[in-house]
Design a protein around this ligand. Structure first.
Ligand code: PLP
Length: 438
């Protein structure tokens, strides 16, 4: 197709033709390489957002570009009516990285991966025999259907209807009532509150080992272990949303292993960093025997049987080939170790700025966040712009992309192959912006 150049500015095309559901920054990005992106005018930015934790081996890694090109010339899509080797190999790789026997279902995004978790929880709750703690009396646990999924305040699980019902933030739900039934939120890291919410209807507990969208809040190791034991008592599934924190970002293949490696989940969702920017989501379900109400037993990993769940694009040969290459690069280039080393260095360097405008720097590996002080708006004179957005505007002007979270937090989620020099450059830019803001 021969596209005639259109003189309309890109932002005006969006204004006229794109549904305005996103608040975008006024940057039109055109190309990327490694940890850098360039805008239409040729200005270069150090990309510490990486497409919101997606471009984990940087932009246009030559090996990923080559793998995508090769597979694009061979076979892009066939549907899940047939077998394709890249999907089988990627499933095997993910199970190996989780390190616990299980199976994988592929889909297209984080929200859709979580939909898979909700369906797994419902099927488990409806069709398998439950248990209740010994002290609980009443109806027999075996006969009760369990459908409730407990999530946590501050959580984010995606923008589908069930995703916003699962998400523990009111702002995503507004205007889309009635909410999908069966979700309940309790305060994060609060074991007594969780225990009080658990009952004979509880099918599962879902949590992000490190909450991302609410500004980088890790779960405590003690809480994670307590949740596992509460779930065991109630026969509920323990499910982790590793969409933002998984696949190397925290300095471990699985985010929860940076916190409490001894805890074993029943199901996990992945997306974002898995395929270098191509759309791919996945759920892992544990190979654990459960007892069917209809009689007999089945592995949890086989509970979503033929005809129960599907998606046309899930796990195409193209995206699976890209993902296999991304995961192999992370392994061969030592990027898990790099995430740990550069993350620790970045956190120390931010703290060493000793800025009176930063209240706290926190995070694990390269999932970093820093909180601006409560009176930042008054001190820096941000006007009506929330402090996090005002700061990100200034960082953009200075050549650094970062991601706001809420009104006062800023996230750094750079590629896992970011270099020490690039981290130093980012800290220098941040320091300069903070100095000017005081
Ligand atoms: N879960 C978590 C923890 C996320 O951070 C996100 C996205 O930010 C999602 C789910 C939703 O993923 P997606 O935007 O790919 O649907």
């Amino acid at each position: 197709m021969n596209l005639t150049p259109d003189p309309t500015p890109t932002t005006e095309l969006f204004c006229s033709y794109v549904i305005p559901s996103y608040t975008r920054f006024p940057l039109v990005l055109e190309r990327g390489a490694g940890s850098w992106v360039w805008d239409e005018a040729g200005k270069r930015y150090l990309d510490f957002g990486a497409g919101i934790a997606v471009c984990s081996v940087g932009h246009c890694h030559p090996r990923v570009t080559e793998a995508i090109s090769r597979q694009a010339g061979k076979l892009v899509h066939t549907s899940n009516l047939y077998y394709t080797r890249p999907q089988g190999l990627l499933a095997q790789k993910l199970v190996e990285l989780v390190g616990i026997a299980g199976k994988i279902f592929f889909c297209n995004s984080g929200a859709e991966a979580n939909e898979g978790l909700y369906k797994l929880a419902r099927k488990h709750g409806n069709e398998t025999v439950g248990t209740l703690p010994e002290h609980t009396t009443g109806e027999t646990a075996e006969s009760l259907p369990r459908h409730k999924i407990i999530t946590f305040t501050g959580s984010f699980h995606g923008r589908t209807l069930a995703g916003i019902a699962a998400t523990g933030q009111e702002k995503v739900k507004k205007g889309f009532e009635p909410a999908v039934a069966g979700f309940e939120h309790v305060p994060f890291n609060d074991a007594p509150a969780l225990l009080a919410a658990m009952d004979h209807e509880t099918a599962a507990v879902l949590l992000e080992p490190v909450q991302g969208e609410s500004g980088i809040h890790p779960v405590s190791a003690h809480f994670l272990r307590t949740v596992r034991s509460i779930c065991d008592d109630f026969g509920a599934l323990l499910m982790f949303d590793e969409i933002q924190c998984g696949l190397g970002r925290t300095g471990e293949w699985c985010g929860w292993r940076s916190i409490a490696p001894d805890v074993t989940p029943d199901a996990v969702s992945f997306a974002k960093g898995i395929a270098g920017g191509l759309p791919l989501g996945a759920i892992w379900a544990r190979d654990r025997e459960v007892t069917l109400k209809s009689g007999g037993t089945i592995s949890l990993a086989n509970l979503l049987g033929p005809g129960t769940h599907a998606t046309t694009f899930g796990g195409t040969p193209l995206v699976c080939t890209a993902a296999l290459e991304v995961l192999s690069i992370i392994e061969q280039e030592g990027l898990i170790e790099n995430a740990r080393a550069q993350g620790a260095y970045a956190k120390e360097a931010i703290e060493a700025l000793a800025s009176p405008l930063i209240a706290e720097a926190r995070g694990l590996g390269l999932m970093l966040g820093f909180e601006l002080v409560a009176d930042f708006a008054a001190r820096a004179g941000t006007g009506s712009r929330p402090p996090s957005l005002w700061m990100v505007d200034r960082l953009h002007e200075a050549g650094l992309l970062a991601i706001p979270a809420g009104t006062h937090a800023i996230r750094w989620l750079p590629p896992l192959n970011v270099t020490r020099e690039e981290v130093s450059q980012a800290v220098e830019i941040l320091g300069g912006v903070l100095k000017k803001a005081v």
